[in-house]
Ligand binder design. Sequence first.
Ligand code: ATP
Ligand code: MG
Length: 235
Amino acid sequence: MQTSIPKLLTILSIPELRKRMEAPGRGRTKEIYQTGWEDWQELQAREYWINIKQSKKNNFDDYIKACGVPKVFRYGGIQPINEIRSLFMTGGFGTGKTYKSVEILKGFVKKLHCGHFLRPYKNTPIFITVPELLLKIRSCFNSQDVSEESMLKDYFNTPLLILDDLGAEKTTDWALQSLYIIVNKRLSEEKQTIITSNLSLDELKEKLGDRIASRIAGMCKVMQLKGKDRRFKSI
Ligand SMILES: Nc1ncnc2c1ncn2[C@@H]1O[C@H](COP(=O)(O)OP(=O)(O)OP(=O)(O)O)[C@@H](O)[C@H]1O
Ligand SMILES: [Mg+2]
């Protein structure tokens, strides 16, 4: 009769069982025979899974870094924000827009399947400020290695894109066109997008034009953050 794996594990912990299996002279084969081949395979799979889970735990911070999150925001706690799809967060300086957006990203990464951590940083969420994004796109103009199109693909395809500080960029026709392409693609593919800005939607309309503002309004739930600038700590 074969012992079921949960039953077996209540009798012996995994390290203990492993020690027994690998003990010299005891005969691994005999042990496998006793526990049953299927149980042994199940145990191997279980150990493999435990290793992957451990790898997720160990690599969580590196993963968040690879998403582009700046160091100051990397180590805050996670407040689960349930079922929030695309968001437009607006509010004054230091009201916590970037902080909140990173919490959403961390919540997202937490929910990723452990196997994702075996192929790190493929199809990851992306955090980037809009001025930085435009700089990156611009740098592709003269690059032999990366085309503008292949660079943009990351921003089209990522399951979660955080565009921080929209409205802080210089508005040129070229910048507006790049932003339009990204926002329009995210909207049409129904991809989760979090946008933060010091400007309200009406102010964005003035700055970026109706075309982009209208798409953001259609795609995002608006969240207004109020309060004092948290960077000025009270004494
Ligand atoms: N919920 C929070 N708990 C603890 N600290 C927070 C929280 N929200 C924001 N902070 C801290 O307050 C500071 C300002 O927050 P944050 O940078 O997110 O503001 P912001 O709205 O993005 O500002 P800006 O418009 O200037 O970019 C940061 O140091 C951040 O770590
Ligand atoms: Mg910010």
